[in-house]
Design a protein around this ligand. Structure first.
Ligand code: EPZ
Length: 419
């Protein structure tokens, strides 16, 4: 199991190129199942979750090849309609196989996804939506069996929560349904808009993506596409916080500043200098930062995927900050690990209270989930002494060339291969 070794203390300075967004690339890869024509997806990050999805598509019967940051899909053989546990358990986003296969085959059997360390993460909103589109759902032997013998029929779907995955699954199925589907209380994340742009390139009729009301007029069939994935706003936020926590000065290239507004506003309020151009952001420490309170919300609010990283920063800011996590029921796994660095954090249900400390001391820590992992790396960059981060396979799921990018910015960091 590889480990990352960090010796803290250096200020990070220089430029970093932000990779394509994992959470946009994943649904777009699943969208290729909706056509038998070849497609090309560019700016795809080299990440474990992408490899898992490529493996999944090939298993289902869609020939898919990834070379560097480009994925090509080819004409399909006959699709399997079963998504087995050993593939689904690796990645929660596997649930996105349901929409396309239901639309193409009128049936799909998916192994129950299982929880993960940030909560139970059910799929009830997805299944309720498929029922609204005319599918019958049954659970047998650990599989969710979904069947729509007469094909999917457009419907009005009012989501009880603006679930990102459920909104994506509805888009990935309603595009081939008969008639109009209206999603009310849809997720508004940029990744939803990126997926809708791809589906419209394929010949779909989607209006309103990025707002809470989306209209989809079903079509008979869809064709191949060429698309470049949007930049990863969560990776970008992580590097902005790296500049803040190390009192550094980092220029982020290949970003969409507007996708980061909630994070930029909070960091500006704390005193970080943030200068934006059309595709770049300069995050520069110019004075001691002030502790801030945050409450995670759905987009465009403060993203839950940046909560852990922000907490790492708050550990070192003078004063008291309060962090409220409203999206996931168990997304404070990084607290115990941050306390091992000497952080002063108390948790009461969904609220963490942080009292800033003078310094953090390096320690052996363990990653529990992707974003918690990035918080521990950020703390290690500024902690005195050596930090050894284990279970970094979580990090490899979501951060392309993490050590390489940080080393280029001046961090004393390396990966140690351990058998
Ligand atoms: C997506 O997960 C992202 N993953 C997550 O990023 C992100 O944290 C999340 O959206 C929220 O922004 C991908 O895009 C691959 P949700 P998703 O459905 O779709 C509950 C990362 O670090 N819920 O919006 O699973 C759920 O339990 C990952 O890149 C139901 O109750 O998020 C959670 O509490 C982590 N029933 C909340 O809604 C459902 O049917 C948000 O889930 C679906 C969700």
């Amino acid at each position: 199991m590889d480990k990352i070794i960090i010796h803290g203390g250096g200020k990070l300075k220089g430029e970093v190129v932000i990779s394509g967004a994992k959470n946009s690339a994943l649904p777009i890869l699943f969208a290729t199942l909706l056509t038998d024509e070849p497609s090309v997806i560019k700016n795809v990050p080299c990440l474990a979750d992408i490899d898992t999805t490529v493996e999944f598509l090939n298993f289902i019967g869609k020939k898919t090849v990834k070379k560097g940051n480009i994925v090509k899909t080819y004409a399909s053989e006959k699709y399997k309609h079963i998504a087995p546990y050993d593939l689904v358990r690796k990645m929660r986003a596997s649930v996105l196989i349901m929409g396309p296969l239901l639309a193409r085959l009128n049936k799909v059997d998916v192994s129950l996804p299982g929880g993960c360390t940030i909560g139970a993460r059910p799929i009830d909103i997805h299944l309720d939506a498929f029922k609204r589109l005319g599918a019958e759902i049954s659970v047998e032997g650990g599989y969710v069996k979904t069947l729509s013998e007469n094909g999917l029929k457009g419907a009005v779907i009012d989501l009880k929560f603006p679930s990102v995955g459920a909104t994506e699954n509805i888009l990935l199925s309603a595009v081939l349904a008969k008639g109009r589907t209206t999603i009310i209380n849809a997720a508004k994340e940029p990744e939803i808009e990126d997926l809708a742009n791809v589906l419209n390139k394929m010949g779909a009729n989607i209006v309103g993506a990025g707002t809470s009301k989306i209209f989809i007029d079903g079509v008979e069939s869809l064709h191949g596409f060429i698309h470049e994935v949007i930049p990863d706003r969560i990776e970008a936020a992580t590097y902005m916080i790296a500049a803040a926590i190390t009192k550094g000065d980092i220029v982020l290239r290949n970003v969409v500043p507007n996708h980061l507004k909630a994070v930029s506003d909070k960091l500006k309020k704390s005193g970080l200098s943030i200068k934006e151009n059309t595709t770049s952001i300069r995050a520069q420490w110019i004075k001691n930062l002030k502790a801030q309170n945050i409450k995670t919300e759905v987009y465009p609010g403060f993203p839950t995927d940046v909560q852990a990283q922000f907490m790492a920063l708050m550990c070192l800011l003078k004063g008291h900050s309060k962090i409220e996590e409203t999206i996931f029921e168990n997304r404070f796994m990084h607290v115990a690990e941050l306390q091992r660095f000497g952080a002063n954090i108390t948790v009461d249900c969904k609220i963490a209270n942080i009292i800033g400390v003078e310094k953090l001391s390096g320690a052996p820590v363990m990653v529990s989930d992707l974003r918690a992992g990035s918080a521990l790396v950020l703390a290690g960059l500024v902690a005195e002494g050596e930090t050894v981060v284990s279970r970094i396979y979580h990090l490899d799921r979501g951060y392309e060339m993490l050590e390489k990018k940080l080393k280029k910015l001046g961090a004393d960091i390396q990966r140690r291969h351990e058998s």
